[in-house]
Design a binder for this molecule. Sequence first.
Ligand SMILES: CC(C)(CO)[C@@H](O)C(=O)NCCC(=O)O
Ligand code: NA
Length: 582
Amino acid sequence: MDPTGQKYFTIIDYVIFALLLVASMAIGLYYAFTGGRQSTTQEFMYADRSMKCLPLSLSLMATFQSAVAIIGTPAEVYANGTQYWFIGCCYILGLLIPAHIFIPMFYRLHLTSVYQYLELRFCKAVRICGTVTFIFQMVITGFHLWGAVLATGLVCTLYTALGGLKAVVWTDVFQTVVMFTGQLAVIIVGVHQAGGLSDAWVKVRDGGRISGIDLNPDPTVRHTFWTLGVGGVFLMLSLYGVNQAQVQRYLSSRTEKEAVMSCYMVFPCLQVALMLSCLMGLVMYACYGNNSPLEQQYITSKDQMVLYFVMDMLQNFPGLPGLFVACLFSASLSTISSAFNSLATVTMVDLIKPHYSMTEARATLLSKMLALSYGIICVAMAYVVHLMNSSVLQAALSIFGMVGGPLLGLFCLGIFFPCANSIGAVTGLAAGLVMAFWVGIGGFLSRMPSSVQVLPLNSTNTVCCQVTCRSVPACIVIPAGLNGLYSLSYMWYSALNSSTVVLIGLIISFMTGPTKGDDVASGTVYPVMRTAQSLLHKLVKPSTCYTSPEHTVRWSYGFTVKCIVALGHFNVVKLLLADRWS
Ligand SMILES: CC(C)(CO)[C@@H](O)C(=O)NCCC(=O)O
Ligand code: NA
């Protein structure tokens, strides 16, 4: 540390960081020159469908655990306590549903990409709409990532393009280990600096950072048990149920059972990841108390907290800052490599292959070029796009909800509603996206002025933000009714947008002539009623015969229609009552 308070990396730090890049590159090269030498698209995209459960589960977790989670979660816990930790509750249903509904269905259909499902169930147009929405989502995910700077971005692009999915999965495994080690090291040193475990505990407890469960049903409160535990389920389903990056991993496993197991194993992995990042937030509070470096104006945004903390705490431990930066980059690399690989896959499988016939060698080469190009696009964008001053964690999860939510709705419409038709699907998706951007952007703009006031005025970023914000309240007048919608907690975005797709999709399907039960391709609809009935029968009378599929389909039609009608009545009654009372 020099007299101006500037902290520097030592040689050891640089060496550790370089080792991360070298090792990742080595794994990529290894898979480029062993096995089938990445000479088929099967190997490049689906690892020859030979993966085992343990590496897959670590890789599944690493895909959506990026630097954003590692620096965003501690900042959230430091500022608002451990309420966010309750997001861990949504992992239960958020993983059980993919394991028992999505994975068996996708695996048995032997898909080449998850969007092929949409063509089997609906038609080609729906498949293309889904694919384009996904590309949009993943490119945003890829470039919003902090730290995707040239050196790392290029290394990542190279190992992804050379080593295919095998390299992506095995680098994920290695990078997860680096990620956990880095976090653990910072937590241990932090507890030590705070005066030991019991001192640290007393400080966070007296500082009110240990939150009890908040059961407030108000959907506009950012974090409650309901927004996190129930709203989060929809977020998890969109990420772990129908996202191509994840489905590609399920499909690459040796057997269906192993795919289901890997999904189960994500649960403990995610809990460990969540625990480490929440603990780091608590340790930060134990060290700084309410005297945050943000308040003292050492840093200009909440998201710099973790980095400042790390450099501040670890300065006497040469090598540890390097390890932590390696941890951050590991988290990012494992996310963007999955994004590049899945983007290349869908572009090839959904957009190019159905229209041009080509040899296997050509197709493989083209897939590699695609992975390379998406990598370069994302690296270039990372240079251009600067982060917003609001929390990166909230921004990332909002984007997942805004683009992932409608996609989840599209798949649910196809899987759970045999009557939905293609016109309904496309209109529903469009309606869901409109809803997403309307509420997402409306919410962002309506929250902006207040979020800016708390920031110090001396950084260039803030000045730009001030300029844009000042004009906002003047030109946007928000009607009172919409304010409710705009203030919806971002954790509900996935649920709202996927429900919009399903609801509009069903209404349009009924208006344009619902699909007949027999016209639906076999294996593309989940027999909700039959499963529920057989479960019920098993519970009540263990030895009864089960009803015919036709009967069940007819029954589920009737039931769905009744539900919609009942819901309509309920809303009318609610409106009437609200009118009376006001
Ligand atoms: C997806 C969750 C919420 C699961 O805990 C978590 O990994 C997370 O907060 N991710 C943030 C987005 C990102 O890391 O890119
Ligand atoms: Na990651």
